[in-house]
Design a protein around this ligand. Sequence first.
Ligand SMILES: [Zn+2]
Length: 484
Amino acid sequence: MIDLQRLRTARGVDLTVWPPRYDRKFLPSAEEEHWLPELECADEADRDEIIFGKLKNQIRHAWERSTFYRRRWQEAGVSPDTLRSLDDLARFPVIQKSEMRIAQEANPPFGDLLCIEVEEISRIHGTSGTTGRPVVFGIGRDDWDRISNAHARIMWAAGIRPQDRIIICSFFSLYIGSWGALIGAERLGAAMFPFGAGVPGQTARAVEWALTVRPTAFYGTPSYALRFAEAAREQGVNPLDIGLRCLFLSGEPGAGIPSTKRLIEETFGGACIDMGSMAEMTPWMTNGECRHRTGMHLWQDIVYAQVCDPDTYKPVPFGAEGTPVYTHLERTSQPMIRLASNDRARWINVPCPCGRTYPRLPDGIYGRYDDVFIIRGKNIYPSAIEDTLRGIEGFGGEFQVIISRQDSMDELLIRAEYVPAGSSHDSIDALKTIMWEKIRARLGVRPILELVPQGSLPRTEFKARRVIDDRDVYRTSMGKLNNP
Ligand SMILES: [Zn+2]
C-alpha cells in the first residue's frame, strides 16, 4: 500500500483528491535520486491501484463534459461503469488524430473535446506539423501547473538540478516541446536560457552565447544538437569545451538510436537523454529516460501508456513490439483518452539501476507505422540507416535517402557525406565499400551509394527530413514522427 498521508506531508502531493494537488514549493534535496520515490519505485500492483483511481476519475470527467467522448464511447458500447479494473481500459476505443481534426473543424477552435469552460483556458497551443489541419490544444491553468510539475519530476530523473543552467535551442511558437522544457525547468528551479532556433544565423549565435552563458544542459532535437556542434567547430570551438553535462532531446528518434546517442555523448561529453511521446499528450516527457539511459521509462502514474497491437489496439506482452497508446490521468481541459500514436516501439518490464519500476521502451521510439518503406519486399526504417552510418568512421554527419522506381524495380539511393581528411580509410573508395557492405548487411537490400563531401547536404534547425520517396508524392518521412 502506498502511504497517501506520507506523500502529502513529505512530498506535497495530495492524491486523495482528483485532480491531484501538488505543492509548488516542494523540491527534493539535490542528492536524492527520485522526486517521488513512493510512486516511482513502488510495487507495481500498489501503483496500479493509484493509477486505476485516477483513471476512473479521468474517464468520468470526460464522459460528463465532452460530447466527443460520450458519443464515441456510446457507439462502442462502453461507459464509465465498464471500467472495473485497469485492464478494462483496453475495451475503450482508441482515438486518432484525424478524429480530433474533424471534431475541431466542425466546432472550432477546440471542438467538443474541451471539458472546461472556454474562459478557464489559460494557454492555447497547437501542432507544429506542416501537413493537414493543425490540432488546437486548449489548456487550463491548473493543467499547465500540473504539466510543469510532471516535467520537473522527470527532468530530475534525467539528472537536472536547480543549480543547472539550461539553454533551449528549439523554436517556440507552435512547438510545444520548447514550452514543456521551459516550464519543467522553471518548476525545478534551474536557470533558463530560452534561446530558440529558426532565425537565419541563429545557430552560430547560439554557440557564441553558449560560450558566454556557459549552460550545463541543452534542450532541442537530436539533429539540431549535432548541427550546433558543427557550428561550434566552424568557429574553432570544440563542443566538449562548452561544458554541457546533460542534453535532453526530443522530437525525433535520434537520442534513442544507439550510434547517434554515442556520437552526441562523445561530441559534447554529456549524457544524452531521450524523451518524448506526443504534443497532444503534454506532459510529453512521460516517455523519458533516467540518467542511466536504459531506454525511456513510461511514467505510468502521470500518463498511462500501453504498447498495443497496431490493428486491434489491445496491449501486447512485454518484450513485443507495437504502437504506444496514451491516456491522460490528471487532465481536466482537453484530455486524451487512448490516443493512438502510430509510433513503433518495443516495451519491457525489467529493473533499471535507478530503482524505478516503470516499464520501459529500451530502443526508444524508432519509427512509425507509416514511415517504414518497402524496397523489394524488405521493410526499411530510416532509423536503421542512420544507426548504421553513424557507426562508421569517416561518415560526414548527414545523409539522404531517395527511393525511385526504375524499370518497375525499386531503387534505393543513399547519399551520404564523408569527412575528406578525417577518415583512416585508404581512400574514398575504400570507405564507400565499407559503407555499402554495412548497409547491405543491415537492410538486406543492395543500395546505390553516393558519397558527397561533408557539409554538402542540408542541415535542419528542427526535425530532419531525410527520405524522399519518388514513387509516391505523399510519402516523405523521418521528420514526421509526431513526438514533440
Ligand atoms: Zn531508470
